[in-house]
Write a protein that binds this ligand. Structure first.
Ligand code: ARG
Length: 457
């Protein structure tokens, strides 16, 4: 039976019922709904709606329901209850009869769902923070392993300056660090309890809402009942955290897809995370990375979908809001999955050191070094830049790398170039010189690894 039958003389059309029901989505809030209800029974004792004995019976029954879904979660979806709140109440009525019907006194599904979602989000943030941290730890481990893997760094997808694979890994460590602080921040803001706000105007019973919030593990109770039942900022905020992080993961995936291409051939992906072609026997495709890249689109869609759903909703509750959980669950599930998959990719990644090095030596990625060399010999940077540009054109014509030009060839462009130029042009020197904070010099990278480890501790 629906929770609102009295006002109606006709039953709902089956098709409308199916359209209106949300159990297929909000069944995931069962645990939060029960925990919220237990706290509410305690609040009802303080306002003398329930006796302590009744409260005890209700709490025991609710705990019983919780236990039974832990062992058999599928049972929820076998029911035709409208939503998770109706389902829990149905279960209680089965156990306790009329006593169960007292539970909803002074409460609305509007403050109930708002509370359930926030409780779910709080637990989910903890799970996501762990997943981010696990990926960060893997990035640090991979960085530590591959500090000497010199490869080209790119701008405009043109070889720009040499970097190391370790330095690349640590770039993503930083992005994830920001993602995790964003989640921390979102947590602080959503940690306020809406329970006891009723349908929209507040509950008619003199409940100590701060105490109630405390029982449920919230930092405090919300301030305004209208806002409390209408607010889904935390959903959009979490979707925005997810979108930002998926942007990072998508770029991570795209970099690795490029590194894995036959053209670059910088890395080997394990068979565990690749798949083959049904037609072309030679193929080994980076599906895992393409899916991470692909799912990012879905998460951005969830963020804009939620924003659009809420943008002109009048206060307070509107049924449009029921759509929020679909966005929330699917986006955060994808995010969590992608964090795990990114870690899995790195666990068995192998680096083709010689090929990376070969590519770093090509493409004149030491041209900046030559310009800096001239600067050190007193040539103004703009002029040095111009001279080196000319040298590069000459070297391309001769199909030679800069470090293989003879001194005579160099002297045609600047008499300031001497034999001491050659060590400057080596990959090792290119790296070692970038020794200011955040640079690619081995000293900086190993310092960054230590710092990262400390953050993870
Ligand atoms: N299933 C609803 C939702 O998710 C619960 C709140 C229902 N409230 C109402 N007034 N119909 O939004």
């Amino acid at each position: 039976m629906a929770l609102w039958g009295g006002r109606f003389t006709q039953t709902a059309d089956k098709r409308f019922k199916q359209f209106n029901d949300s159990l297929v989505i909000d069944y995931r809030l069962a645990k939060q709904d029960i925990i919220g209800s237990i706290a509410w029974t305690k609040a009802l004792v303080t306002v003398k709606i329930l006796t302590s004995d009744e409260q005890r019976s209700l709490q025991q029954a609710l705990e019983q329901v919780l236990k039974s879904i832990e062992t058999n979660p599928a049972q929820i979806l076998q029911s035709d209850a409208e939503d998770i709140h109706s389902w829990v109440e149905q279960k209680l009525v089965e156990q306790l009869g009329d006593l169960a019907k007292k539970l909803h006194t002074g409460r609305s599904r509007n403050d109930q769902i708002a509370t359930d979602i926030k409780l779910w989000c709080k637990a989910e943030i903890i799970t996501l923070l762990k997943a981010i941290k696990a990926l960060q730890a893997q990035l640090v481990l991979t960085a530590e392993r591959h500090q000497t893997a010199v490869m080209p760094g790119y701008t405009h997808l043109q070889r720009a300056q040499p970097i190391t694979f370790a330095h690349w890994c640590l770039a993503y460590f930083e992005m994830l660090q920001r993602d995790s602080t964003r989640l921390d921040d979102a947590y602080q803001r959503l940690d306020v309890c809406p329970l006891g706000c009723g349908a929209l105007a507040g509950t008619a019973y003199p409940i100590d809402r701060e105490l109630l919030a405390d029982w449920l593990g919230f930092a405090s109770a919300t301030n305004n009942s209208l806002d409390s039942v209408s607010d889904r900022d935390h959903i959009m905020e979490l979707l925005s955290c997810a979108a930002m992080s998926m942007n990072h993961l998508s770029r991570f995936a795209e970099d690795l897809i490029m590194f894995n291409s036959g053209e670059a051939n910088f890395i080997y992906l394990s068979d565990k995370v690749t798949s083959g072609s049904s037609l072309m026997p030679q193929k080994k495709n980076p599906d895992v990375l393409e899916l991470i890249r692909g799912k990012s689109g879905k998460v951005f869609g969830a963020l804009s979908g939620a924003m659009l759903t809420f943008k002109s909703l009048p206060l307070a509750y509107n049924k449009d809001m029921q759509e929020d959980k679909d966005y929330l669950f699917s986006a955060l599930d994808s995010w969590q999955q992608c964090l795990e998959m990114a870690k899995l990719v790195l666990e068995d990644i192998e680096i083709n050191y010689s090929r990376c090095r070969e590519a770093a030596l090509q493409g004149y990625s030491n041209a900046t070094e030559l310009a800096d060399y001239l600067v050190a010999k007193g040539v103004p940077f703009r002029e040095a830049h111009h001279i080196v540009g000319k040298i590069v054109v000459y070297a391309i014509g001769k199909q030679k790398a800069l470090e293989t030009l003879t001194l005579d060839e160099f002297k045609q462009f600047s008499v300031k170039i001497d034999a001491d130029v050659y060590p400057i042009l080596s990959l090792a020197s290119c790296l070692a010189k970038r020794n200011a904070k955040g640079g690619v010099a081995p000293e900086q990278v190993s310092y960054a690894i230590e710092q990262a480890k400390q953050k993870l501790r």
